[in-house]
Write a protein that binds this ligand. Structure first.
Ligand code: FES
Length: 363
């Protein structure tokens, strides 16, 4: 139990909390009076190829910014007529610089007036999380696309949920759903320390009955015992996991037979350089041919010659890097293009040439 605060200090804390609440209400009133409200869906995006991708975008307002753990910000994004979503869904955020990043929805699907996302600052990342942390503030407008769901909560007699760090974000709405339904579930939640693990208080409350939550802060208890947790599951259990790639690999390796595994990855499947071969790309309009090394993307090889070629997510999600293919057999490694689109185009940040041959691009 924390020590009681002396009366004058208690008064100061209460006054500060009241002032923060009033400021937040004032911001909401200001936002609702703004000519931007209600906000239209975006219908006049930039041009050509990007236009097709942007037509589902909409501009939302950041109405709340909080920090649920060290190094993590949570944003509440409000707007009218928001499409419904289910646990496991994510949103594309188009950041002010034009970067597109994916963030899982961690709010309540019943809250139809807002989407909530959380982002951990990755110091040595590619810049997306830094921009979320430094450039998105209450009262600002941000473009979003989606939501989309590649990680739905599946029907099963029992559920084991495994989350590492910020990987808890898509899992949290699943927990709420399972707890509300009285389902048979267990969560294994690992992180560097309790201070860096978001939503701990709510999660521990959800699992208070029946010891359904195992929290493993690395600085107190080391790494989670995945093998023991998986061995403890009954046949038919659905295992949902989101976190760093090594965690997901370890879960996949230790999965006993008779359980189904569902992974949320924010990198395109099949991008392991170990299964890639070098090949050549001809840039027909530029009159250039560039070699693409086994551990290099077509995008990187092309930008070495044509630095203006656009890109954003570099993970096969946003479509910014899409290019027309004039010849060659493409090995598509994205999850975005339709079969019709694949017949004539590729996402050069992830897709490659099948069999190490030669591709010809309309560039
Ligand atoms: S850069 Fe986003 S799909 Fe290639």
């Amino acid at each position: 139990m924390p020590p009681a605060l002396p009366l004058p200090r208690l008064r100061t804390v209460a006054v500060a909390a009241g002032a923060a609440l009033l400021a937040k209400r004032a911001l909401r009133r200001r936002i609702r009076k703004s000519p931007l409200w209600p906000l239209p869906a975006l219908d006049e995006p930039i041009s050509g190829r990007l236009q097709r991708r942007s037509t589902t975008g909409r501009r939302l307002l950041v109405t709340e910014r909080t920090s649920p753990a060290d190094g993590v910000v949570r944003l509440r994004l409000e707007g009218p007529d928001l499409p419904a979503w289910e646990p496991g869904a994510h949103l594309d955020l188009v950041l002010p610089s034009g970067l597109v990043r994916q963030y899982s929805l961690c709010g309540d699907p019943a809250d139809t007036g807002a989407y909530t996302v959380a982002a951990r600052l990755v110091e040595d990342g590619r810049g997306g999380s830094r921009e979320v942390h430094t450039a998105l503030h209450e009262g600002m407008e941000v473009e979003v696309r989606g939501p989309r769901n590649r990680f739905p909560l599946t029907e099963a007699p029992a559920h084991l949920l495994i989350a590492g760090g910020i990987g808890i974000t898509p899992v949290l709405p699943m927990l709420r759903r399972l707890a509300a339904e009285g389902a048979d579930w267990h969560l294994l939640y690992g992180g560097r320390s309790r201070a860096t693990m978001p939503f701990l208080e709510e999660i521990e409350k959800l699992g208070a009955e029946g010891g359904r939550v195992t929290v493993v802060p690395q600085d107190e208890a080391g790494h989670p015992d995945l093998a023991a947790a998986l061995a403890d599951t009954a046949e038919g259990t659905a295992v949902h996991c989101c976190g760093p790639q090594p965690l997901m690999d370890a879960v996949a390796a230790a999965l006993p037979p008779g359980r189904t595994l569902h992974l949320e990855r924010f990198s395109a499947a099949g991008t392991d350089p170990a299964d890639a071969e070098p090949f050549e790309v001809e840039l027909r309009r530029s009159g250039l041919t560039v070699p693409v090394a086994a551990d290099q993307s077509v995008l990187a090889a092309v930008r070495a010659e044509l630095p203006h070629v656009p890109y954003s997510c570099e993970q096969g999600f946003c479509g910014t890097c899409q290019q027309r293919v004039l010849a060659g057999e493409v090995e598509h490694r994205d999850e975005l293009l339709t079969d019709v689109e694949r017949a004539q185009a590729m996402l050069i940040c992830v897709s490659r040439c099948r069999g190490g041959g030669r591709l010809v691009l309309d560039l």
